[in-house]
Ligand binder design. Structure first.
Ligand code: ZN
Length: 144
């Protein structure tokens, strides 16, 4: 699999717009040892373009779990196919809230991206607990 070249200026624009935060889990790039990625919100294989309005900053884990997915299934309720959170057209706080160290969906279907991206995996909860104590979580971009 080849990686699409993203010009340095466009990468900078995406990183600055995100405030160096993962736009899915709200973790700061400075708080992770693993590199963040420029994610195609709509993957190229689905016709997504390499342009600012289709790119977001994603941590290694969110990027790995999301892959090229656009949706997933809400197995806890109606087996509906639910679109994933889109940081370019949706506001994070309208879909996710922090309760203790856990991320909880605002609407019932918001549990779908939480499950797909493993936002409440044990290792992420431990990391979040530490970052909350350090006062660096959640990371907020200038637009949040
Ligand atoms: Zn993330």
């Amino acid at each position: 699999m080849s990686r699409t070249y993203i010009a340095a200026a466009l990468r900078r624009e995406v990183i600055e717009r995100a405030g160096s935060c993962c736009e899915y889990c709200r973790t700061r790039a400075d708080d992770r040892a693993l590199d963040f990625a420029i994610d195609h919100v709509i993957a190229e294989k689905h016709g997504g373009l390499t342009q600012a309005d289709n790119l977001c900053l994603s941590c290694y884990w969110c990027n790995s779990y999301k892959g090229s997915d656009l949706s997933s299934v809400d197995w806890e309720a109606d087996s509906a196919i639910v679109p994933l959170f889109n940081p370019r057209s949706q506001v994070w706080n309208d879909h996710f809230q922090l309760i203790g160290v856990r991320l909880v969906g605002v609407t019932a279907h918001d549990r779908v991206p939480i499950a797909l991206l493993r936002l409440n995996a044990v290792e992420r909860l431990k990391e979040r607990e530490l970052l909350l104590m350090l006062g660096t979580y959640p990371c907020l971009s200038a637009s949040q």
